[in-house]
Design a binder for this molecule. Structure first.
Ligand code: PMP
Length: 287
């Protein structure tokens, strides 16, 4: 992914894609002092950019470092990168990490680097393909408790178990993995939040008390309520999936993605999932 044309914003400058480098002794690389955001660009506009910038700053602060530029400067940098790369429908990756001034667990004297990359990333699936649903394994790894990790930060370190879960799932032929939390409740997928719909048409989704309360999650809950669909946030046991008819994931990258299977539990994406897939598409396109 590094050897290609394009431009990346790095510490205040737009640099050629191939030259956007950092030192191998960066604290972020060794001790996971790195936080990031994933955002979508629809028709040249960054969707919910300000909310993502706020979360980026919040993630930095939770990891005890600061972004050295203002929120407005982050927004301007995103725009500059989107324009420099002529992105119409794409993805923006903004990230901050501690530099290489010292090599130790303590890193009080490091500087914070900021970079923003963007690339073309159209929505691959037409709504019909999407409605078939994806399949999920159930991971052996569990989301840690808020007493074990800074769970509300979008921090690189929290993704180690996501990559392991996803690899294990892919090796078994699944597309993604459902992670339970430290109590055994349903938490989320490896990079997206999870929702279920019961036989009465009520949506059930886990309480985000030990994983990211996704921006898409919040948007979809508001949208469902505005469509007069009842939404219940509650702790959910894996066995609760037996009585659920539909299931979908939400996330910046996933958007609203129906699910047809989790472990041995089967779901049939139908009317309500379709309403939400279409509703979200209309929303992000400003229709
Ligand atoms: N959980 C995890 C672990 C994620 O990586 C993401 C994607 N950022 C989400 C949930 C969904 O968050 P959002 O809707 O803000 O993209």
């Amino acid at each position: 992914f590094d050897d290609r044309d394009g431009s990346i914003w790095l510490d205040g400058e737009i640099v050629p894609w191939r030259d956007a480098k950092t030192h191998t002794l960066s604290h972020g690389l060794h001790y996971a002092s790195l936080v990031f955001e994933g955002e979508r660009v629809y028709s040249g506009v960054v969707f919910e950019g300000v909310r993502h910038t706020k979360r980026l700053r919040q993630s930095c602060n939770i990891l005890d470092f600061d972004i050295p530029i203002t929120d407005d400067e982050v927004e301007a940098a995103k725009l500059a990168v989107v324009e420099a790369n002529n992105i119409v429908d794409g993805y923006v990756r903004a990230f901050c990490w501690r530099g290489s001034e010292m090599m130790a667990i303590s890193a009080q004297q490091t500087t914070t680097h900021v970079a923003i990359a963007a690339w073309e990333w159209p929505s691959y699936f037409d709504p019909e393909t999407k409605m078939k649903g994806i399949t999920l394994d159930i991971s052996q790894w569990r989301r840690p408790s808020p007493e074990s990790a800074p769970v509300q930060a979008k921090a690189a370190g929290l993704y180690m178990i996501c990559t392991l879960s996803k690899h294990a799932a892919e090796k078994k032929g699944f597309q993604d993995s459902l992670m339970l939390d430290y109590r055994g409740y349903i938490a989320e997928a490896t990079g997206a939040n999870v929702f279920f719909i019961d036989g009465e048409g009520t949506i059930h989704t886990p309480i985000p008390d030990c994983f990211l309360n996704g921006i898409t999650r919040q948007t979809v809950i508001e949208m469902a309520k505005s469509m007069q669909i009842k939404v219940v946030e509650r702790h959910m046991n894996p066995e609760d999936m037996a009585s659920m008819k539909e299931c979908f994931l939400t996330g910046t990258a996933a958007e609203v993605t129906p699910v047809s299977q989790i472990g041995d539990y089967k779901f049939t994406p139908s009317d309500i999932s379709r309403q939400l897939v279409d509703g979200y598409e209309n929303l992000v396109r400003g229709r």
